[in-house]
Design a protein around this ligand. Structure first.
Ligand code: HEM
Length: 429
């Protein structure tokens, strides 16, 4: 049926297309033969279409795929933004203003980038919750759990380094406050904060470091980790259903899903392919709708000597961190971080084959505390709008005898146009 339809389609193209275009198509076809003989693209394609997934694999298994899709959107929009963004104290802020108000669809690309940076944190945590509560981290998948956590760390590092790039008051003062909190951590805190900042206060050196990490270092780490994550999934297969041990069919410690089970499963194409496509379209629709309805405004240009009237947060982990630091103090923040880090060690201690929720009360309780705490801190963090006055730096911290602004070129004094994106001139509907 599909073959017949394709033949008809090709006939129609031949009768209607320009001969030059057909020539190009034939030339590409001629080239494709030798390439395929070496790379076996057709065979790999057919094998991928024949691939079967176990019967229990359902919608919840799409969460990893959505995380991956969001990562792709972030890379594409990030590259487009990098065409116009300029990473210096003098040019960063005006270049972002230029992107959102003058570049065609620049506002959409930027807001999509900001929204996907939020969505990826939420979806990655939901994917992690699925893996956690179904105990899919148990042997032989413990390595993939650790690689996944490293990926989560990279996703957070992407957001943290990207946060400063607009170089507006909100970005500047949020990063200042977070780095001040890092500096207060005993032993290595001061050293780490100093190395990241590159100056006594956040400055051009900080911006350069954040930009280099954001566009050069982190993408390469992500590529390596993702390749490993996907290789392990292919090698070990997805974890068997949780009910495998409840129904008397003991889940083997090897945990491998047998060939026989696999054969009984549903084919990837069209079943899982259509499911993935539906989820992908929905995710993109949600991200675009959010970007259009709730654009991230641009604040006043960064000024190290003036506190902003309010601190608007635009990234979920910033809400969570600010709430933890302000409401529970540094100890509360440290305790929550240790709880998060204890998840790294989970597969090392929790190696029993049992996977039911009731059979793992400690792990399930820890997981619930982490997720409930995260959501509570997120909600509380959205109410926080002020900067603590203690964070305000004095000009002399820059260096003895330095003129305020001599090392940190400051923007022109006076109010900056803080216009909601939708009202900016040149913004297309
Ligand atoms: C950029 C972030 C990530 C991407 C793109 C990603 C992608 C995926 C995909 C596509 C799958 C297969 C389908 C599924 O189970 O959903 C998967 C499985 C898995 N992921 Fe992730 N993931 C990410 C982060 C994480 C995190 C944060 C963890 C946990 C700490 C994790 C642990 C796992 C494990 C253990 C599996 C195997 C699950 C099973 O066998 O049922 N991943 N991941």
């Amino acid at each position: 049926m599909i073959k017949k339809w394709l033949a008809q389609f090709w006939d129609d193209v031949r009768t209607s297309a320009d001969s030059g275009l057909l020539g190009v198509a034939r030339f590409v076809g001629l080239l494709y033969g030798p390439i395929d003989r070496n790379l076996r693209i057709d065979e790999a394609w057919r094998r991928a279409l024949r691939y079967r997934l176990a019967e229990h694999v359902g919608w919840r298994h799409a969460l990893g795929g959505i995380t991956y899709l969001l990562l792709i959107v972030l890379v594409v929009t990030g590259v487009l933004l990098a065409f116009y963004y300029r990473p210096s104290v003098e040019e960063a802020y005006p270049s972002v203003q230029h992107i959102v108000s003058e570049v065609s669809f620049g506002w959409l690309v930027r807001d999509l980038h900001v929204w996907c940076a939020n969505l990826i944190v939420i979806v990655a945590l939901a994917h992690m919750a699925r893996v956690f509560f179904e105990a899919s981290y148990k042997p032989p998948r413990e390595m993939n759990w650790i690689v996944g956590l490293a990926l989560l760390g990279v996703v957070l590092a992407f957001g943290a380094t990207g946060y400063l790039l607009p170089w507006d008051q909100w970005a500047y003062w949020t990063v200042t406050e977070v780095l001040d909190a890092v500096a207060m951590v005993p032993l290595l805190g001061g050293l780490i904060a100093g190395a990241i900042r590159g100056d006594p206060i956040a400055s051009g050196a900080t911006l350069s470091r954040f930009f280099a990490l954001h566009v050069i270092v982190l993408p390469w780490i992500t590529l390596a980790l993702l390749s490993y994550h996907f290789t392990l999934i292919r090698r070990r297969g997805l974890a068997p259903p949780m009910s495998a041990d409840a129904g008397g069919r003991k889940w083997r410690l090897s945990g491998m899903w047998t060939e026989e089970d696999q054969e009984k499963g549903r084919p990837f194409f069209p079943n899982h392919f259509l499911r993935s496509l539906t989820v992908a379209v929905l995710t993109l629709a949600i991200a675009i709708t959010l970007a259009i309805l709730f654009p991230r405004p641009v604040g006043d240009p960064a000024n190290p000597y003036v506190l902003p009237d309010e601190l608007v947060s635009t990234w979920v982990p910033v809400d969570v961190s600010l709430a933890l630091i302000r409401l529970t103090g540094l100890w509360g923040f440290a305790a929550f971080s240790i709880l998060g880090l204890s998840l790294v060690l989970l597969p090392i201690f929790d190696r029993r084959p049992e996977r039911g929720l009731r059979q793992r009360p400690v792990a399930v309780a820890l997981g619930l505390i982490f997720y409930v705490g995260f959501v509570a801190a997120w909600i509380a963090g959205q109410q926080i709008r002020s900067v603590p006055p203690t964070a305000r730096p004095q000009p002399e911290v820059i260096g003895e005898g330095a003129e305020p602004g001599s090392e940190l070129p400051l923007p022109e004094p006076g109010p900056t146009p803080l216009v909601p994106n939708s009202e900016e001139p040149g913004r297309e509907p």
